[in-house]
Design a protein around this ligand. Sequence first.
Ligand SMILES: [Zn+2]
Length: 227
Amino acid sequence: MPELVFFAGTMDCGKSTLALQIQHNRSARGLSGMIFTRNDRAGEGRLSSRLGLVTEAVEAGEGFDFHAHLVGHLTAGGRTDYVIADEAQFLSSEQVDQLACIVDDLGIDVFAFGITTDFRTRLFPGSQRLIELADRIESLQVEALCWCGARATHNARTIGGKMVVEGAQVVVGDVGGAGASGEEVGYEVLCRRHHRRRLTAATARAGALSPEVLPVDGADAPSLSRG
Ligand SMILES: [Zn+2]
């Protein structure tokens, strides 16, 4: 029976690496895959992993119709034995419905990979629909660790090094992205305890180095001027 499988996890949990591994194993057995992604860190039309592996992919942007794309490909004489959809958290719920149609109507396995919750701990729409529809959900959270060593279950967004809990759901940051203020947007995985306390690795390190907060520029600060 063909299946819709949702591989779910945090950032950094090895989703894209596993997607590439599945593709490798199946193409080694002579199977042909159709790979989709959206907003990949390597740019449009590419699926990449943090380990440096990259493969060609179809960019599935807003309004893209997965089912129609597959039907067009098959009608033109193309062959597809399985589908991989990476960055599936960014998909609309309609697009996830299309993935289910590919499984049910075309008899093709679909492996979707996505981050479950956003930096505010809320489900992404694509991930929510996948949880509702998937035949099987594989949790990949085991591989990502918080700075404290506990299992990292939550995604944190940082702007200029500070963790934030408000803002647009999707800001493609990682490295080089910039927030509204022009400061760099980054992401970090944390355990729930440290997500709730907004303690990132950098904040924890800074706290350990300077246990006392020294007054600077305040009225009570000792004057350093010699004049
Ligand atoms: Zn932690």
